[in-house]
Design a protein around this ligand. Sequence first.
Ligand code: C5P
Length: 232
Amino acid sequence: MNGFAPLAPIAVALDGPDLQTVTGWASAVDGIAGVVKVGLESYLRDGAAGVRQIRGAAPRAALFLDLKLHDIPATVAGACRSVAGLEPSILTVHASGGAAMVAAAAAALPSARIAAVTVLTSLSAVDIARIGLNGDPRECVLRLARLAVDAGATALVCSPEEVASVRAEVGPQVLLITPGVRPAGAAAHDQQRVATPEQALADGSDLLVIGRPITGAADPRAAAAEIAAGLA
Ligand code: C5P
């Protein structure tokens, strides 16, 4: 599934130190990447007004609000209504908030895809056991993926390593979003498990989250264009 054509199925992670930098990146990738991703760092600093500026800088890109909501269903529903005016195409919530919470988000923001985060890739098997989740990390991911989709999530965030098994679990209709993507030869930074864009798509990803290989490049537009060209 590539609902972003003719633009590339890339969500550029706009994690930057100030709004001016972030809007500069957004404008650099406009017309190349199908999606711009605004996360907590920007949202909590620059607020809805900042998101509007980012949208203005990249008018052809869809908005992915990566706010990873996790609260009681009524509060998450209210939070979804609070960002509805920004017209996000994708909004993240934690699947571990439970089925009722995911369902509340989906009901409150029907115009967006609610994307569930299953198990944070920063958690090791030991961390997962200490939290009290049953099973190995892969079992937890698949269980939470199924729970979220059954509750109304129409997208999932998963690592390139998990994407093939998540795809087998949830079928073709769910949008699978993968961070941890690096062009061959690029620095991994703090990502532990990386895949190339081509491999992640071949394994079933629909949308590649790519940040620093683009935003850290001397010429972000050229870097985005080069990655996009490799996917065409
Ligand atoms: O710079 P980089 O390509 O590593 O950016 C990755 C982006 O994806 C960041 O915004 C990060 O928060 C997000 N992310 C991640 N790993 C996850 C989930 C989200 O790196 N498991």
